[in-house]
Design a binder for this molecule. Structure first.
Ligand SMILES: NC(=O)C1=CN([C@@H]2O[C@H](COP(=O)(O)OP(=O)(O)OC[C@H]3O[C@@H](n4cnc5c(N)ncnc54)[C@H](O)[C@@H]3O)[C@@H](O)[C@H]2O)[C@@H](O)CC1
Ligand SMILES: Nc1ncnc2c1ncn2[C@@H]1O[C@H](COP(=O)(O)OP(=O)(O)O)[C@@H](O)[C@H]1O
Length: 276
């Protein structure tokens, strides 16, 4: 484990109690793209499961189901035909990740509007952000303070044009206030901001994370912690730190698939510290 001061979110990590069961540990949904674009959701779902959500279900368009089904084991699968059936499938979830490889189109906008009507906290990433370019207010009006947006700088500029000129910390703070949701502005020093004014800058980033799909894994990790009822700001801070720690532990040759498999080691070290 990197030799940094122990992060203050560690006391809020959701370790399972003796009388828990899988549904109590938290239910996470991950929305998949079409048949040719299912990898991002599978990465996010595996990360959500590894970080401790008790039940993880991929929600996919019907054409994607035969592609996904042979590529998952513990993760479950439900097909949806439109925003109404997506709403029904997501209603029992504690958190839902949407956006990775979802498609930059109206269907993604409509699906996010439907998901916002459920009780689930949303983690919105990638195409789920880009689909709202030029209509960011449509997104902000349906968000709650426990929802999380996870833009890289390109996506951030599409939702908040000009804001980065103020510097990354101030930009993230204002963006979070404007969106009324937690904002995770990704990059070498990821900034996490909450609508109540809390701002944190992650200090253990590593360029090994600059690899396709690592952001999808992060979205799944954040969703997995929120599903376990950790505060969304703390979930984002913890996930960003653990994501980087997993990458540091692997080093050269890291690809996104490696990150969820490194999480048990990162979690075990934190658990050992919690127990002492
Ligand atoms: N295994 C998979 O199925 C994967 C699917 N992915 C999905 O593939 C789709 C397209 O991904 P793209 O990478 O083309 O979309 P992006 O929106 O990430 O990139 C589009 C453009 O944004 C610009 N940009 C500006 N700042 C950037 C930054 N900090 N990081 C990255 N790009 C920046 C770049 O010029 C880039 O060409 C998305 O739906 C994404 O979720 C990716 O997440 C990679 C893995
Ligand atoms: N140079 C870097 N140093 C530290 N972290 C990085 C660096 N480049 C990318 N990352 C991290 O890798 C992840 C990339 O996410 P993203 O751009 O959404 O990728 P993808 O869409 O391929 O999943 C983010 O968590 C980001 O903070």
């Amino acid at each position: 484990m990197t030799d940094h001061a122990l992060p203050d979110w560690r006391d809020a990590l959701p370790w399972p109690s003796v009388d828990t069961h899988k549904h109590r540990r938290g239910r996470l949904g991950v929305v998949s793209g079409k048949a040719t674009q299912t990898g991002a959701a599978r990465l996010a779902a595996r990360a959500g499961l590894r970080i401790g959500a008790g039940v993880v279900r991929i929600l996919c368009p019907p054409d994607a189901a035969p592609v996904i089904a042979p590529a998952i084991e513990a993760i479950m699968l439900t097909a949806f035909t439109g925003s109404e059936t997506l709403f029904e499938a997501a209603e029992g979830m504690d958190a839902v990740v949407v956006g990775p490889a979802a498609g930059v189109n109206d269907a993604t906008v409509i699906n996010i509007h439907a998901l916002a009507e459920t009780g689930a906290a949303l983690v919105i990433d990638a195409d789920g952000l880009t689909a709202f370019e030029h209509r960011a207010a449509d997104l902000f009006q349906v968000l709650d303070r426990d929802d999380v947006l996870t833009p890289h700088e390109g996506e951030f500029k599409r939702l908040f044009p000009g804001l980065l000129d103020l510097g990354r910390e101030e930009a993230a703070r204002i963006a979070s206030e404007r969106a009324r949701a937690v904002v995770v502005l990704k990059g070498p020093a990821t900034v996490i901001a909450a609508p109540d004014g809390r701002v944190a800058v992650n200090d253990n980033g590593t360029p090994w994370l600059a690899t396709a799909g690592s952001g999808d894994v992060l979205a799944g990790m954040i969703g997995g912690l929120i599903a376990q009822r950790m505060d969304s700001f703390d979930s984002a801070r913890a996930a960003v730190w653990m994501h980087a720690e997993a990458a540091r532990g692997f080093g050269p040759g890291l690809i996104a698939e490696d990150l969820p498999e490194r999480l048990p080691g990162v979690l075990a070290a934190l658990y050992a510290q919690a127990a002492t």
